[in-house]
Design a binder for this molecule. Sequence first.
Ligand code: MG
Length: 238
Amino acid sequence: MVSPPLRGILFDLDDTLADSSGSEERIWEAVADVIAEHVPAVDRAELRRRYLDVLEGHYSELTAGRVDFHTFRRRRLADALSPWASVDDELFARYTDVKLRVIEELVPFPDAVATLRGLRALGLRLGVLTNGPSFLQRRKLEVSALGPELDAIAISGEIGAAKPDGAAFAAALALLGTAADETAMVGDSLENDVLGGLRAGLAAVVWMPGTREGELPPGAHLAREIAEVPRLLGLPAK
Ligand SMILES: [Mg+2]
């Protein structure tokens, strides 16, 4: 069976095109300072561990539409802080304020924009498929200046389906204007991006694990950085 040539690529946003974890890490000490002012007994190292550990469970409630962004944030903080204190309105307001910097100081990974431009120059259509609320993901695309580099923007909060659901991939492909068997998916999440993309029948799937651990599924490619993507997909590098 001959597969059609690649016409499009879908990218995940957080920790794939944009250095979201890096931004979060840079702001963390300021966040921890705010918390420690309100809760002097807090163990900062243990708080950090809990704060990261509880993220995924709460974020999946958010992307599934079971809670709104405000509730997600408050529950995540309350969960992380639960060994020491509960979260009152004043702490939550100050936390929300300092956390804004994670979004407002978001930057793309080095080579992300150059790689996108090189791929676009080859005539490929490029899109983002990201899980999250509309206002948040739109703001990230604006701040990081990635929006104008893309032909299609598919946000779970707007398309009504979230990765790894096949409906999310179908909606993103419809926005991109390409078929699954002529489109690749690139992302850092093994479940959402890689297994989701493989199950959705995409032509190729690239895993960019960053600091994540896991086993590369058969049929997927592994990239340590975004600049490797064109070569892995059999395309000329920029
Ligand atoms: Mg991601």
